[in-house]
Design a protein around this ligand. Structure first.
Ligand SMILES: Cc1ncc(C[n+]2csc(CCOP(=O)(O)OP(=O)(O)O)c2C)c(N)n1
Length: 205
């Protein structure tokens, strides 16, 4: 990983918010605050490095930085309108704006790494509602069953856009709590300091 402090990650999101507020980014931007320490802790715990793959979704600014994509390259991609699906193949970072789209890809990458005897691992970062999708269940079951080098990281902010995840599913806990599938899952809760998307106010271009 590339070492970033919590303050540096916060400063990056604040900088993007400032640019977005001026109407200079003509595409959706999803900012996150409140999970910096948790993400830094996970990158440190697994010593996520160049050989590893990172899969994320619409909220991946911090992941790109921690994986080692140069700060200016991440910023430029966001300014160019690619925040929602940041991809840096040369850094093994793949993100998508489609809910549930990358769990299979991450599992497939982990399968290929294992089959080829390569060193890397696949890390899939998603939200609490994404972790309730069918494809998440299937991917985790497959990865656990075949002991693939994959880790599924669930950042739980309690909501899906504005829908309460636990109310939707009628359970106080995520489905995998207390199951053997937790062996491939990292889970933490946080309160997002930003709205799901944008700044919570209309931006005129
Ligand atoms: C297939 C699909 N359906 C709906 C959406 C709209 N959408 C974007 S993010 C999101 C909420 C996902 O919730 P969660 O996984 O908890 O993510 P987080 O709150 O951490 O952003 C939804 C429904 C989408 N991007 N893709």
């Amino acid at each position: 990983m590339v070492e970033y402090s919590k303050d540096e990650l916060v400063a990056f999101e604040n900088e993007i918010a400032g640019i977005f507020a001026q109407g200079l980014i003509k595409a959706p931007v999803h900012l996150r605050a409140g999970r910096e320490d948790a993400l830094i802790g996970i990158f440190r715990k697994y010593d996520i490095g160049p050989e590893d793959y990172v899969f994320g979704f619409w909220d991946s600014h911090e992941l790109c930085l921690l994986k080692g994509v140069p700060r200016e390259a991440v910023k430029q991609a966001i300014v160019d309108g690619r925040s929602i699906a940041l991809c840096f193949p040369e850094h093994k970072v793949y993100c998508s704006g489609i809910v549930g789209s990358l769990m299979g890809a991450a599992t497939g990458a982990a399968w290929a790494l294992k089959k080829k005897g390569k060193k890397g691992r696949a890390f899939l970062f998603c939200g609490d509602m994404s972790s309730e999708t069918g494809i998440f269940h299937e991917a985790v079951k497959y990865a656990v069953n075949f002991d693939l080098p994959a880790v599924f990281v669930v950042s739980d902010n309690g909501i899906s856009v504005m829908t309460n995840t636990r109310e939707s599913w009628g359970s106080a806990e995520p489905w995998f709590k207390g199951t053997r599938f937790e062996s491939k899952i990292e889970y933490f809760q946080y309160k997002n300091g930003w709205p799901h998307s944008g700044l919570g106010k209309l931006i005129k271009f």
